[in-house]
Design a protein around this ligand. Structure first.
Ligand SMILES: N[C@](CCCC[B-](O)(O)O)(CCN1CCC(O)CC1)C(=O)O
Ligand SMILES: [Mn+2]
Ligand SMILES: [Mn+2]
Length: 305
């Protein structure tokens, strides 16, 4: 509050099954007014228009390669512009494949990053290990230096340069990790606070250890990539891949409140809100309002008032 935060929404719309409606619902829930109400300056860049690809046939098993590659290249350029203006970037998805462009653009502007990945899933499948071929389960494989030998040539992906070290990545909320992903996480020694650790340590200790781990070497700007499915489906059911046993509303908001206090939060993704996956309007509204509250927590809102 009172700080000269500037929020820029690079809102990304992918021609997908409902997740493209997430950004407008989050706007309609009053994110801009609520941010301004807590002393933030807000600039909404509107929705990014993406090129449509008529027959975007799978490459191997990877689906929507050309449209996702092209969309992320445009997103990277948009996020770079936002960061070059000295703003904090907020990317509203859309699905988690958009983290490719968001992280790439953020790093192109500010250099080395810390990445905090809040998610039920690890999203670190490579194109060859993915069980579904969906790129929203693969974004980290394209941006991690250590996995570049595992990435085949893909159309509209050649612009991507790896930009994150495995030691600068921390996961919070994991509870549905594919065997191939688990192997990679162990191989690379990635720091993971799964739901087991959240239960064992409590969210306060998890956040303390996350920040100590990330600042143990050099303090870097933080890229928070927040998948709404990290939170329990009883709170945020309107999402594509819900998994039981998730974060409570309070834990979900505490994570963003804590990161906000570090003063290092430099870019935020809020993804996978999909109104078509809510069975009732209440399901959709609960999901959208929780997403808004997570974002307000990123920018200084404290529940004490
Ligand atoms: N790991 C999954 C899910 C990715 C979720 C992406 B998100 O952005 O929401 O984090 C596959 C999940 N797994 C496939 C086999 C099933 O039996 C269980 C779910 C994949 O498709 O790669
Ligand atoms: Mn997920
Ligand atoms: Mn995800």
């Amino acid at each position: 509050p009172g700080s000269d935060w500037v929020f820029v929404f690079t809102v990304c719309v992918q021609p997908r099954d409902g997740v493209e409606r997430g950004p407008d619902l989050i706007r309609a829930a009053g994110l801009r007014d609520k941010l301004q109400g807590q002393g933030c300056a807000v600039k909404d860049y509107g929705n990014l228009a993406f090129e449509e690809f008529a027959n975007d046939e799978p490459v191997g098993r990877v689906k929507n390669v050309r449209s996702v590659g092209s969309a992320n290249q445009r997103l990277s350029e948009a996020v770079q512009a936002v960061k070059r203006d000295g703003h904090t970037s907020v990317m509203l998805g859309g699905d988690h494949s958009l983290a490719i462009g968001s992280i790439h653009g953020h790093s192109a502007a500010v250099g080395e990053l810390s990445v905090v990945w809040v998610d039920a899933h690890a999203d670190i499948n490579t194109p060859l290990t993915s069980p579904t071929g969906n790129i929203h389960g693969q974004p980290l494989s394209y941006v991690l230096y250590e996995l570049q030998s595992k990435i085949p040539v893909l159309p509209n992906f050649s612009w991507i340069k790896p930009c994150v070290s495995a030691k600068d990545l921390v996961y919070i909320g994991l509870r549905d990790v594919d065997p191939s992903e688990h192997h990679l996480l162990k191989l690379l020694g990635v720091k993971v606070f799964s739901m087991t650790e959240v239960d064992q340590l409590g969210v306060s200790k998890v956040m303390e250890e996350t920040c100590d781990y990330l600042s143990a070497r050099v303090k870097k700007p933080i890229h928070l990539s927040y998948d709404i499915d990290a939170i329990d489906p009883s709170v945020t059911p309107a999402t594509g891949t819900p998994v039981v046993g998730g974060l409570s509303y309070r834990e979900g908001v505490y994570i963003s409140e804590h990161l906000s206090q570090t003063g290092l939060l430099s870019a935020v993704d809020l993804v996978e809100v999909n109104p078509l996956r809510g069975r009732t309007e209440q399901d959709v509204q609960s999901t959208v309002h929780t997403a808004v509250d997570v974002l307000l927590g990123c920018f200084g809102r404290r529940r004490e008032g």
